[in-house]
Design a protein around this ligand. Structure first.
Ligand code: FRU
Length: 485
């Protein structure tokens, strides 16, 4: 089927349900279906939305076009979990069914207040002449999972900004007021974030821009989020239009954060350091965070990028979400660590240990934890999902502490015009790796999460080898592997 020719504007209606069932069946038979990542039953998944702890469990939504691997009419798909690892699906929660969101229920956030989970999102609409008109909307979910009527909070973009105005993230500050950051584009086509305040979640006042020292950093900032950890203010967003620079900003679009003093909510001022990318892999975008009941900051991203094609497109589906990560502040830096609940998975998993580079292992969906006790003086490599003619390789060069992810031979190629390797420098010699390999992805957490690489890979089903390759002596490691189900 040529998905580009399929209708992008199909709604979930009783008349369309047969077609959807048919697509779901096809998708279920697709190669590269993941084992322990959130993925769509059909169609396209993109940004995580509405991530919040409410009524005793985590709620997570994602951008979903049900009828094909294209950015069509967006819905919010709903999942819940008690432990961030085992998720229960609840199907489409928000559908584009009012005038103000008729061309898509775009991204946004969730905030639990008393007995309700308030979902804030951008209603996307387009006029006949193609001009966009964004509406910021809300919809409250009750504890029984039913929804109140949608409310329209803002129409259009503020003066001085184009209609690329979207993705509200709402939180409550210590002063008891509610604040929102919304991604935008100035009329001079530079990216910005606007700050809003509200006493009741309904009437919103624009406080102006969040004032950063990045006046001209790309042409659009999508999916902003703001939080504080140990007295540090962290503003994250996904800027578009940043040129590649050395090993940085290699993907089509970026996503990262600026950190500094807490945001001054009265003036909108943010004193901050340099923009840092969250992830050094090939496929990571539009992440969103929430706070757990015990104050952990948890981040989930889209393991994909806009405006790129993926090998599963031809099977009627695209993309997945990343594993949830905890953001911690240590020695002046942020680290990202897979949430501790992932260890629950290990209980059901087959466990192996490994400490000899000449020995081989295999696996298709697993966690591999490596501790390096001694490193050689020269580069060495770890190969995973290795077959006769393919492998995904992580190289490490102890001389400059450079870690390189190479997917040039990973299997079916994708988006090679953006390169086939990604690299990052570690701040101290490689000591640990935690690697999560699924049927079509890899997430690598190096040195206790100081550096992360997230990527899709599309190997053959029987390319399952795991091999350590060191040309010189001196490599001493201990590894444990758990095969996930
Ligand atoms: C980011 C994004 C958001 C938008 C949504 C639409 O990937 O473009 O800015 O709300 O996706 O699906």
């Amino acid at each position: 089927m040529n998905w580009l020719l399929t209708n992008k504007n199909k709604r979930l209606t009783p008349e369309n349900s047969k077609e959807l069932e048919y697509i779901k069946k096809q998708v279920a038979d697709s190669p590269w279906r993941q084992v322990f990542h959130i993925q769509p039953e059909s169609g396209l998944l993109n940004d995580p939305n509405g991530f919040a702890f409410f009524n005793g469990e985590y709620h997570l939504f994602y951008q979903w076009y049900p009828f094909g691997p294209v950015h069509g009419l967006k819905h919010w798909y709903h999942l819940t979990s008690e432990n961030l690892v085992d998720w229960k699906s609840h199907g489409a929660a928000l559908a584009p069914d009012i005038y103000e969101d008729r061309h898509g229920v775009y991204s946004g956030s969730g905030l639990a207040v008393k007995e309700k989970l308030y979902l804030f999102y951008t209603g996307n609409t387009k006029l006949d002449n193609g001009e966009r008109v964004p509406f910021q909307c809300s919809c409250a979910m009750r504890t029984d999972g039913t929804f109140e009527e949608k409310k329209v909070l803002m129409e259009g973009a503020p003066e001085g900004y184009t209609p690329h105005f979207r993705d509200p993230k709402v939180w409550q500050a210590e002063d008891g007021m509610y604040y929102a950051v919304i991604g935008g584009q100035r009329v001079d086509l530079t990216g910005a974030i606007l700050l809003y305040v509200s006493a009741d979640l309904e009437t919103w006042e624009c406080k102006g821009e969040v004032q950063t020292s990045l006046p001209s950093f790309g042409y659009m900032w999508e999916c902003p989020d703001y939080f504080e950890i140990q007295g540090n203010g962290i503003l994250m967003f996904s800027p578009q239009g940043i040129e590649a620079e050395g090993d940085s900003f290699q993907n089509i679009y970026q996503s990262g954060y600026i950190m500094g003093e807490p945001l001054d909510l009265a003036s909108g001022r943010l004193e901050h350091g340099a923009f840092r990318e969250w992830d050094h892999g090939f496929d990571f975008y539009a992440p969103q965070t929430t706070e757990s009941p015990y104050g952990r900051r948890i981040l989930i991203g889209w393991m994909g990028l806009p405006d790129q094609s993926y090998p599963t497109d031809r099977f009627g589906w695209a993309h997945c979400l990343t594993l949830p990560r905890e953001i911690v502040f240590e020695n002046g830096e942020l680290r990202q660590q897979p949430v501790k609940e992932l260890k629950n998975k290990r209980n059901e998993a087959e466990h192996q240990t490994w400490n000899n580079a000449d020995e081989l292992m295999d696996g298709q969906a697993y966690e591999l934890d490596i501790r390096f006790d001694s490193l050689p003086d020269t580069p060495f490599s770890l190969h995973v999902r290795e077959g006769r003619q393919e492998r995904t390789t992580l190289h490490y060069d102890p001389r400059d502490r450079k870690l390189v992810l190479d997917r040039s031979d990973s299997g079916e190629p994708l988006n090679e015009e953006y390169g086939t390797t990604r690299a990052a420098l570690l701040s101290y010699p490689l000591a640990t790796l935690r690697i999560f390999v699924d049927v079509s992805s890899i997430e690598i957490f190096a040195n206790d999460g100081e550096c992360v690489f997230t990527s899709r890979i599309f190997p053959k089903e029987d390319s399952n080898g795991i091999r350590m390759q060191a040309d010189a002596g001196g490599l001493v490691f201990h590894a444990e592997k758990w095969e996930y189900k």
